[in-house]
Design a protein around this ligand. Structure first.
Ligand SMILES: Nc1ncnc2c1ncn2[C@@H]1O[C@H](COP(=O)(O)OP(=O)(O)OP(=O)(O)O)[C@@H](O)[C@H]1O
Length: 324
């Protein structure tokens, strides 16, 4: 199977049947009687409290966790089956088209070393998928001249996301990786993912606790998980936003429909402010010039009599602030 074949793919993205998952060596049932069918070309949210089973589910879908009971098919194939028969039917394995992005990567000390971002990006196919690379650098507002050891957590996360998305994927599993992105970058990223899902007929499954900017314009389906069970599964068409109600209203007949009150949110204001900030900053090159100018001004403005130059002042300061 080539990626091109996927454009005409009529299989389901995901078919999960009666999955029970118990963590090995424990009695913890993390997922119970879990059934799920998801189509290609869709964007899906997984919603649930801490400990509900969202990450466990995504890791299973990513083929990172073997299942003992139940069935799983991705694009019509069992990702854990490696039979000769399957390899005859497929030039390439379905697992090559699955991208999983979790929070683990950014916590890895290796990515805090003094590695140039441009080198990291090239190492995962940046030179092969040049157009995607350039678009993602633009969307995620990355400066390829950054070093991984001298950037903020949010900036490091952007590099992680770019690295994960450069190679075209078919199934994208996102486990709360947007948590430390600013609202502008998050909004641009979500638009990119939405467009990818429609234009490349791929599937995004996104577990998050942040719902800003996730309305009818992004989401096709909401899957609510609690204590390892799927408790709600609703298409966005069956959700209505209304300014005439104060609480969520659920109709179950003839079919489940949910009415959600319009919520007060500072998100549009934050989005506008950060967009203005971005326009003021200009390109990364403009930013570098500004920072160099500020540094120069700072050097020129120093009077040479403060802490770094005047030892007596420094001693007095520490005498005054420490009791020993
Ligand atoms: N290795 C493990 N062994 C035993 N139980 C585990 C293990 N890892 C997670 N659990 C438990 O399994 C349940 C599901 O965990 P999971 O990480 O899937 O939750 P989650 O919905 O992703 O939560 P969060 O929103 O906090 O990320 C939790 O009760 C958790 O304590």
């Amino acid at each position: 199977m080539t990626l091109q074949d996927h454009f005409n793919d009529t299989s389901l993205a995901i078919e999960l049947g009666d999955l029970d998952y118990i963590f090995p060596g424990t009695s913890k049932v993390a997922l119970h009687q879990f059934n799920l069918k998801i189509s290609w070309g869709t964007t899906n949210l997984i919603i649930g409290p801490n400990g509900a089973g969202k990450s466990t589910l995504l890791r299973i879908l990513a083929g990172k966790t073997l299942i003992g009971k139940g069935s799983l098919k991705i694009g019509g194939f069992d990702p854990f089956e490696f039979s000769i028969n399957r390899m005859e039917q497929h030039n390439s394995d379905i697992n090559n088209y699955i991208t999983y992005l979790g929070t683990e990567w950014a916590a890895n000390s290796v990515v805090k070393r003094d590695i140039p971002v441009s080198l990291l990006i090239s190492s995962i196919g940046g030179e092969t998928f040049v157009e995607r690379r350039n678009e993602l650098i633009e969307i995620l507002d990355i400066d390829p001249q950054w070093s991984m050891s001298k950037i903020s957590d949010g900036e490091r996360r952007r590099v992680q996301i770019a690295m994960g998305l450069i190679k075209p994927w078919k199934l994208l599993l996102l486990d709360e990786v947007t948590i430390d992105l600013d609202v502008v970058v998050r909004s641009k990223l979500l638009s990119f993912l939405k467009r990818e899902s429609k234009t490349r007929n791929c599937c995004v499954i996104y577990a998050t606790h942040i719902f800003d900017g996730l309305g009818k314009n992004w989401c096709d389906r909401l899957i609510h998980v609690n204590a390892g069970l799927k408790v709600d599964d609703i298409n966005m068409e069956d959700i209505e936003f209304s300014s005439n109600i104060d609480t969520v209203e659920v109709d179950t007949r003839p079919a489940k429909r949910v009415k959600i009150p319009m919520a007060e949110s500072l998100h549009p204001l934050a989005l506008q402010w950060l967009n203005e900030d971005l326009a003021q900053r200009g390109s990364r090159e403009d930013e570098r010039l500004l920072m160099a100018r500020r540094h120069n001004d700072w050097n020129n403005a120093r009077d040479g009599k403060y802490f770094d130059a005047d030892d007596d002042k420094l001693k007095d300061y520490f005498k005054a602030t420490r009791s020993y």
